[in-house]
Design a protein around this ligand. Structure first.
Ligand code: ZN
Length: 231
């Protein structure tokens, strides 16, 4: 096998190694990443807090109503007991009863409003809770999938590195060193020649150059300097 072909094979394996390593890094950054879950958890905590506040408001409204109702009952009993005969006192008591009734009605309206808000907030908590369950389930299955992909990629990578070692063991050290120098400079050290054109720089090569490369010699492209490989 020509040296150019061996180096080309090495390059192919190394390109695969690089892209596998890139994919591994990406999976690594996604593993344990749970922003979506945290976002819904925060949303749920806020909704739960709001529900608790509203329930607190509901209870105080109910206590206030109980308080006013008992005051009203006492005042009404007094008013209709027949014990008070003084017209001035009666009028004053009547006013007190009227005032307490208005206040009770107002409080009942307010309690009703708060109750409706409590119901809405409770529905919201239920819906965000179920959203959280969905997001968490998705996250778990995504993490599992990522772990599986990672294991597969690691196995592929180990295989590729083994291939790379085998290839390196079969090539003389000098051309290997030259290959890595070129790789450092150009990104890719070996260029395929197709229809007389260097695929590295897309320049049409002189026929003599192509022939020398075909004969198995290590020939560099006169334009980009890459090692020419004729498939
Ligand atoms: Zn070239």
């Amino acid at each position: 096998m020509s040296i150019a072909k061996q180096l080309y094979q090495l390059q192919e394996v190394e390109l695969e190694i690089e892209s596998s390593e890139q994919a591994l890094r990406q999976i690594d950054s996604q593993l344990g990443e749970n922003q979506a879950v945290v976002r819904v958890q925060t949303k749920l905590a806020l909704e739960q807090q709001r529900l608790e506040e509203l329930r607190g408001q509901q209870h105080s409204a109910e206590w206030e109503i109980d308080d006013i109702t008992s005051k009203l009952t006492t005042a009404e009993e007094e008013l209709y007991s027949g014990r008070i005969r003084n017209p001035k006192e009666l009028t004053s008591l009547q006013h007190e009863v009227d005032g307490l009734r208005v206040k009770r009605d107002q409080l009942e309206d307010k309690a009703l409003e708060v109750m409706e808000q409590v119901e809405l907030a409770a529905a919201s908590v239920a819906s965000v809770s179920s959203e959280l369950k969905t997001v968490e389930a998705e996250w778990h299955s995504q993490q599992q999938q990522l772990s599986t992909e990672m294991e597969q990629l690691k196995a592929i990578l180990a295989d590729l590195k083994h291939k790379q070692q085998l290839l390196l063991a079969g090539i003389d050290p000098q051309p290997v060193e030259f290959y890595y120098q070129l790789k450092k400079q150009r990104g890719q050290a070996v260029a395929k020649v197709e229809q007389g054109i260097c695929r590295g720089c897309r320049i049409s090569l002189p026929t003599a150059e192509v022939q020398r490369a075909r004969s198995g010699n290590l020939v560099q492209c006169s334009s980009c300097g890459r090692i020419l490989f004729l498939p």
